[in-house]
Design a protein around this ligand. Structure first.
Ligand SMILES: Nc1ncnc2c1ncn2[C@@H]1O[C@H](COP(=O)(O)OP(=O)(O)OP(=O)(O)O)[C@@H](O)[C@H]1O
Ligand SMILES: [Mg+2]
Length: 229
């Protein structure tokens, strides 16, 4: 194991019970991801990408396998998963998922609020993070419906970074953006890996992201195969 390895997924399977029968969305998947690197999983619709990301982020529980993040076994019943989700992982989604009634600044402050960070500190860090994402000025007080898609996504990335997670999980982060704006978002995510040292895990159907990744996998019918390492 390299000392940069922060995420280890071993033989993980997740099956859903649907009306039409069982669906094995993630089928005996193993991979590792390092800090300072972008790891990308590409695959068609229904191949299990979101399920895999949710399992790593502990939003879904697999039936079997092992997942270690920052040295914590997240499937161990003793692990505090609320804390894990709040402090060790950050999520970026295709549809941004910002809270519509909160301003950009408040959206970024929220995870810190939930973690018990004092208000003044929340405000300072949220402003700094938004500044880094080049969301400033009037936008700090704008609500999501008054911002462009790219602006929404940059706010969402700032929010994901609020509690300084080791691992950033991005589900189709460019899926709702035009090509140029999507490129900016990918530049930001790769910059966070290479500059900030985050472990960035992207799942997407967009094969062009493979080219900017340090490690890439194909996902088909719940199974993973490495493209290059
Ligand atoms: N909550 C659920 N209940 C039942 N089946 C589900 C559920 N969520 C996903 N599935 C099924 O699991 C499989 C994988 O779905 P998943 O959403 O992980 O795919 P995906 O690769 O993210 O697809 P897309 O590119 O369309 O987002 C699909 O067959 C899907 O129908
Ligand atoms: Mg998906």
């Amino acid at each position: 194991m390299s000392d940069r390895e922060i995420l280890k997924v071993e033989d993980v399977s997740k099956t859903y019970q649907a009306k039409a029968g069982e669906v094995t969305a993630v089928d005996s998947v193993s991979f590792t991801a390092d800090k300072g690197e972008v790891t990308t999983i590409v695959g068609p619709s229904g191949s299990g990408k979101t399920t895999l990301l949710y399992v790593v982020g502990s939003l879904e529980k697999p039936e079997s396998g092992e997942i270690t993040v920052s040295g914590q076994d997240i499937l161990d019943p003793g692990t505090n998963l609320v804390r894990y989700r709040r402090e060790n992982v950050g999520f970026v989604f295709q549809f941004f998922n910002l809270i519509p009634t909160l301003t950009a600044l408040e959206n970024v402050m929220l995870p810190m609020d939930l973690a018990g960070v004092p208000q003044e500190q929340q405000k300072r860090r949220a402003s700094e993070l938004l500044e880094r994402m080049e969301v400033g000025g009037r936008l700090l007080r704008a609500r999501p419906n008054k911002m462009s898609g790219g602006e929404n996504q940059r706010v969402a990335i700032a929010r994901a970074l609020a509690n300084d997670p080791d691992v950033l999980l991005a589900d189709e982060p460019t899926g709702n953006l035009d090509t140029a704006t999507g490129q900016t978002v990918i530049d930001i995510l790769t910059g966070l890996a290479r500059g900030n040292g985050n472990c960035v895990l992207i799942v997407t159907h967009d094969e062009s992201i493979i080219g900017v990744s340090d490690r890439a996998f194909h996902m088909t019918d719940g199974r993973l195969s490495e493209i290059r390492g």
